[in-house]
Design a protein around this ligand. Structure first.
Ligand code: ADP
Ligand code: TRP
Length: 287
């Protein structure tokens, strides 16, 4: 297993996950693993962003089920409610109150640059005010707790920058009230690729769901897209999506050895997928 780098201590750490689908290894390595590790030596606050998910999940029954699944996944992965604060966003209504207050100091131009909103408009889809002001609600989630550090994957970098800008504007008007937080994004796992080589995401159907049944999990692993280089030919590990996923479950000497096997030829992708599947099962089923 890839080692976690040395993480900060003594900080007020906050992060959240939207209940928009089944948790996958991109969420785990990009964010959730750090959330759980950080509860050891920090004051950690983790929440389920059910209000944010209203921008994409409109069915109440599905949303309730997804919230429950994420709670169970977090607990199974080691989140300990006696050490970390763990809550559902809608159970803390002060967040939406703060969100309104923050919106009064948020420039429209800042929100117009938001990726999620811009992408939707670029696709010719009708965006609503909820999607537009999504980053203000996220800023409220973070700022309400005076959070110092926000561990997330690369795709959330812009949201944290917006939070910093909004906190700065607020402090400019009202004095030094809000703590301006820093993102914590680990280079190695900032963007975990999906089975098709794009960023792994619930919305692209390219995920590996660590708690799927073995049959489904095997199908997802076997479905990792590879090129048609014949077994005997040398392969470039750095251009391989399969290698990028496999190395999440390997330590440094194993990574170098496998990279060498890729380069020297004679290695079939099927063998690597089989090994990845076994490592996945061993990692996520061990106590
Ligand atoms: P998804 O894109 O699957 O809907 P979310 O937007 O709910 O995932 O992301 C939850 C957390 O997981 C965020 O901190 C996000 O940055 C992180 N994350 C999601 N996908 C990846 C990925 N492929 N690589 C690294 N981190 C990721
Ligand atoms: N927007 C985040 C995502 O899609 C979820 C989120 C909401 C969040 N509020 C947050 C993450 C506050 C970190 C801090 O993954």
């Amino acid at each position: 297993m890839a080692e976690l780098p040395k993480l900060p201590k003594g900080k007020r750490v906050l992060s959240g996950l939207q209940p928009t689908g089944i948790m996958h290894i991109g969420n785990y390595f990009g964010a959730v693993r750090q959330h759980i590790a950080l509860q050891e030596h920090n004051s950690a606050i983790i929440f389920i962003a059910d209000l944010h998910s209203l921008t994409s999940i409109l069915d109440a029954e599905s949303r309730r089920g997804l919230v429950r699944d994420i709670v169970l996944d977090y607990m199974a992965l080691g989140l300990d409610p006696s050490r970390a604060v763990f809550y559902r966003q809608s159970d803390l209504p002060e967040v939406t109150e703060l969100s309104w207050i923050l919106s009064t100091v948020t420039p429209l131009g800042l929100l117009e640059r938001g990726h999620a909103y811009k992408d939707k408009v670029a696709q010719g889809l009708a965006a609503d005010a909820g999607l537009f002001t999504y980053p203000v609600l996220q800023a409220a989630d973070i700022l309400i707790h005076r959070s110092e550090l926000v561990p997330v994957g690369q795709d959330q970098k812009q949201h944290i920058e917006m939070t910093r800008d909004i906190a700065g504007k607020f402090n400019h008007v009202y004095g030094d009230v809000l703590v301006v937080p820093d993102p914590l994004i680990l280079d190695d796992v900032a963007v975990v690729p999906g089975t098709d080589g794009q960023k792994m995401s619930k919305s692209y159907e390219n995920t590996i769901e660590m708690f799927a049944g073995q049959k489904r999990l095997r199908k997802q692993v076997m479905g990792i897209v590879t090129d048609s280089t014949p077994v005997e030919e040398p392969k470039d590990p750095d251009a391989s999506n399969l290698f990028a996923l496999w190395k999440l479950f390997a330590n440094e000497p194993e990574r170098s050895e496998m990279a060498e096997r890729f380069r020297s030829g004679g290695l079939g992708y099927g063998e690597v997928k089989k090994d990845l599947f076994e490592r996945l099962v061993a990692y996520f089923t061990s106590p």
